[in-house]
Design a protein around this ligand. Structure first.
Ligand SMILES: Cc1cc2nc3c(=O)[nH]c(=O)nc-3n(C[C@H](O)[C@H](O)[C@H](O)COP(=O)(O)O)c2cc1C
Length: 348
């Protein structure tokens, strides 16, 4: 079905195609059984002490304002991450701001956290209970004076509605956001979030999403803080605003974050490094260029407990989840691994 529609969809501006996808998901006509895979139990996995049906998640940025998460579960995702949500509603950068780099199986976006804001989103989530494991990704508004306060506000207002909260310090499209990778700023942010957790007895797991553009030397500092503040998980990685030299598409020098195939090996390297540094003590959500069972498996054996994708679905359509599950089951059987949980980190 998707291969028939693809030429029409790719004829549209990428953002118009995305809006169309959200509209179709709102209609929510596809039966759940359509995307079911036989023998999926072998893919059951534990994350933050909860059982997930499978380790394949939808990455943040697709369902920016939490409008269609229950339809997305029907596509077969084991979990969905919505957002990035900011305190105030925000329109984002001027259009065009999303680009397909077809020759490189990649995308560049500089959306700039367009979303409905925490009030509307929390209301929406309260009225439409998530039917499965839902992560909420949070960040600061563009014009805010104190980004830390924005993270605190969103964490406070959204934690009861989420299976986990991701603090996004890694989008390249919000000026100054990536400064939170520096030791002092990160330490201050994490200690304030922990204080809030303690004062309000918040139980919701807290996860941090990192950039693939940090230096190797920064990894150990960040890791120490993650362990010190008992952060529950790490999303590796967000998009890159570098790594353009090997791309062939004419749009390769658009400003923004690069996702898709060119990110695959880069994010894999980060997963290996972090897994080795914290010896598997902190679950990793691996993301970057996943579009097949093999690329998902590579991330898991490198140390990811679960994985996420976005660009892979743009290129391969919603059936990509079902295909990845089928391929993963085949790989596990071939490798004589009884359950996906046993595969985590075996190559690191
Ligand atoms: C159009 C677009 C919008 C995105 N928006 C967000 C976002 O709001 N917050 C976030 O944390 N990541 C965002 N991302 C990054 C993805 O969550 C993911 O980390 C990245 O795209 C790498 O995965 P992929 O190669 O499977 O796309 C966005 C990615 C794309 C392509």
């Amino acid at each position: 079905m998707f291969s028939l529609l693809r030429p029409y969809i790719f004829g549209l501006d990428p953002e118009a195609a995305h809006d169309l996808a959200i509209k179709s998901l709102k209609i929510n006509f596809v039966p759940k059984s359509f995307f079911r895979v036989e023998g999926e139990e072998i893919l059951n996995i534990e994350l933050f002490k909860k059982k997930l049906k499978n380790p394949i998640g939808l990455a943040a940025g697709f369902d920016k304002s939490a409008e269609v998460y229950n339809s997305l579960f029907k596509l077969g995702f084991g979990f969905v991450e919505v957002g990035t949500i900011t305190p105030k509603r925000q329109l984002g950068n001027p259009k065009p701001r999303v680009f397909r780099l077809e020759k490189d199986k990649a995308m560049i976006n500089r959306l700039g956290f367009n979303n409905d804001g925490v009030e509307i989103v929390s209301d929406r989530l309260a009225k439409n209970t998530p039917e499965d494991f839902l992560g909420i990704n949070i960040g600061p508004n563009k014009d805010t004076k104190d980004k830390t306060l924005d993270f605190l506000e969103c964490f406070d207002k959204l934690n009861k509605l989420a299976s986990y909260i991701t603090i996004n310090i890694s989008s390249p499209n919000t000026e100054g956001l990536r400064n939170f990778h520096e030791e002092k700023l990160l330490s201050n942010l994490l200690s304030k979030l922990n204080e809030l957790k303690k004062n309000k007895k918040i139980k919701c797991p807290l996860v941090i999403k990192l950039s693939p553009d940090i230096m190797k030397e920064e990894i150990s500092n960040i890791n120490e803080l993650i362990l010190k503040f008992k952060i529950d998980g790490i999303v590796l990685t967000n998009t890159s605003n570098q790594n353009r030299e090997n791309l062939s598409d004419i749009k390769k020098n658009e400003t923004g974050g690069l996702s898709g195939l060119p990110l695959q090996k880069l994010s894999l390297k980060f997963i290996k490094n972090f897994y080795k540094s914290n010896k598997g003590r902190v679950p990793i959500i691996g993301v970057g260029g996943i579009d097949s069972g093999q690329s998902a498996f590579e991330k898991i054996v490198a140390g990811a407990t679960v994985i996420q994708l976005y660009t892979g679905m743009v290129y391969k359509g919603p059936g990509v989840v079902k295909n990845i599950k089928k391929e993963l089951i085949e790989i596990l059987k071939k490798e004589k691994i009884n359950n996906i949980q046993e595969a985590i980190g075996i190559n690191s």
